[in-house]
Design a protein around this ligand. Structure first.
Ligand SMILES: CC(C)(COP(=O)(O)OP(=O)(O)OC[C@H]1O[C@@H](n2cnc3c(N)ncnc32)[C@H](O)[C@@H]1OP(=O)(O)O)[C@@H](O)C(=O)NCCC(=O)NCCS
Length: 156
């Protein structure tokens, strides 16, 4: 299947709410949180869209001054295992690199093994643990970091 990556917009909100609920259950972002995030400054949110317009996945990155943060990443259950998560993550990292940022951080719940596998395979390292980070579950979060090398071919 051909999937297109494109910037997320408010027209995607309904599909993103469904995706959030499917992927994160009671810890899903609310409509207001989704809308604030996809329209907020210093952020890049991308959706992976099927040819029929269905949003199969999405992810976002917040760009700080010298550090970026992966805010979320989710792929619909039926579309997993086909490389979409990696495509989205690579595109978010590319956004950070293009902004001249040299490190990408993220938090991931300690029981999300597919996500941890994806981040490790993308070069992220485990650099810390945040106790009781997610609510209401109380799950702990790994803190992970990817160091980017400056690419002289990319304008800073
Ligand atoms: C994490 C998630 C986005 C991965 O999406 P995906 O499209 O299935 O991932 P991909 O097919 O691109 O897989 C890329 C890599 O992730 C890792 N991975 C994927 N599924 C995995 C699994 N079940 N177990 C371990 N590693 C896995 C592998 O390293 C894989 O590379 P490989 O195919 O070369 O082995 C998806 O499982 C998801 O949405 N999970 C629920 C939400 C979530 O946990 N989000 C992260 C919040 S921080």
């Amino acid at each position: 299947m051909t999937v297109t990556l494109r910037p997320a917009g408010l027209e995607d909100t309904d599909q993103l709410v469904q995706l959030e609920t499917e992927c994160f259950g009671v810890e899903a972002w609310t409509v207001a949180m989704i809308e604030d995030e996809i329209t907020g400054p210093y952020r890049a949110y991308l959706v992976a869209q099927a040819p029929d317009g269905t949003v199969l996945g999405y992810g976002g990155v917040f760009m700080g001054l010298d550090s970026a943060e992966i805010m979320t990443l989710a792929v619909a259950t039926a579309a997993r295992g086909q490389g979409l998560g990696r495509q989205l993550l690579d595109a978010l990292i590319a956004e950070a690199r293009q902004a001249g940022i040299l490190q990408v951080m993220l938090e991931v719940a300690v029981d999300l093994e597919p996500a941890i596998g994806l981040y490790l395979s993308a070069g992220f390292e485990n650099v810390g643990l945040r106790r009781n980070y997610y609510q209401p579950s109380g799950r702990d979060a790994h803190v992970m970091r990817l160091a980017l090398t400056a690419d002289p071919a990319v304008p800073r």
